[in-house]
Design a protein around this ligand. Structure first.
Ligand SMILES: Nc1ncnc2c1ncn2[C@@H]1O[C@H](COP(=O)(O)OP(=O)(O)OP(=O)(O)O)[C@@H](O)[C@H]1O
Length: 253
């Protein structure tokens, strides 16, 4: 059984059919990318699967269990994490504290239990901080552990968001345009980081406009156009698909 199963998913905002009857499956362990022109419904699809929006119709299953309508927090405790297209970093906190927020989101549900089980919250905080610092090393931000978020470059903040999502210890991570606004060198670094995340056993779902990165990383690609599924397949299949060439790649690649 596929890890994630999406069936006939739709959401309408008034008259706008942002996602229309989209179905696809994602197997565990792969990098799955969602591409399409601006406004195609990619971020809306992420918002549906990660619990930000409730679908108008359709179903979403994680390991066979229905998850549509569950909140982002509930999904975080089930191993679903995400980053945002627009940075969602607390600028008045240090970098490592931002990553710790991710761990707290995962633990929140059992906060009372955890507090009783542990001799003191402080010890857990020390552990969480150490784990967060380790994750910052994993994403290549070791020199920023004690830095204030507002002193970091945009490229570093993008990776900080990824570290925060990883602090939720996800099995499935949604990365919304991780390379947007980055220079070519930073883009290659993020490309390597996404590969490293996948190699660590986390299933990755990627929305990205950088076609080189998408083609390089993806095991499978879903193409959306005007909220509908236009094509799905390997990079090679998608690249050769005449509908995709007409709607998207022809204009962009
Ligand atoms: N909350 C909302 N209310 C109303 N319309 C919305 C809402 N969210 C998205 N839409 C509309 O749904 C459509 C899909 O938008 P979405 O942001 O998902 O596209 P996208 O493929 O992620 O685009 P981009 O590549 O520019 O990020 C657009 O027409 C958008 O205006």
């Amino acid at each position: 059984m596929s890890m994630l199963q999406v069936k006939d998913l739709s959401i309408h905002f008034g008259g706008v059919k942002a996602v229309q009857n989209v179905s696809f499956n994602i197997d565990a362990g792969i990098v799955y990318s969602v591409i399409g022109p601006n406004g195609a419904g990619k971020t809306t699809l992420f918002n549906l699967i990660t619990g930000v929006y409730k679908p108008t119709t359709g179903e979403i299953r994680l390991d066979g269990e229905a998850i549509h309508g569950k909140s982002p927090n509930e999904l975080a405790t089930r191993g679903v994490a995400r980053t945002f297209q627009n940075l969602q970093i607390c600028m008045n906190m240090t970098a490592v504290e931002n990553v710790m927020v991710g761990a707290h989101l995962r633990l929140d549900r059992n906060l009372v239990k955890a507090a009783l089980r542990f001799p003191g919250l402080k010890r857990r905080d020390a552990e969480t901080r150490a784990e967060a610092a380790e994750l910052m090393c994993f994403v290549g931000l070791e020199k920023y552990v004690e830095a204030r978020a507002d002193a970091m470059s945009y490229g570093a903040l993008k990776r900080l968001e990824i570290a925060r999502a990883l602090a939720m210890k996800p099995r499935l991570i949604f990365l919304d345009e991780p390379a947007a606004g980055l220079n070519p060198k930073e883009t290659i670094e993020v490309d390597h980081l996404v590969r490293k995340i996948a190699d660590s056993g986390v299933t990755v779902v990627l929305v990205e406009h950088d076609m080189k990165m998408v083609m390089n990383l993806s095991d499978r690609i879903l193409v959306l156009d005007y909220g509908k599924k236009l094509a799905e397949g390997s990079g090679e299949e998608v690249r050769k698909n005449p509908d995709v060439i007409a709607a998207y790649l022809g204009a962009h690649a």
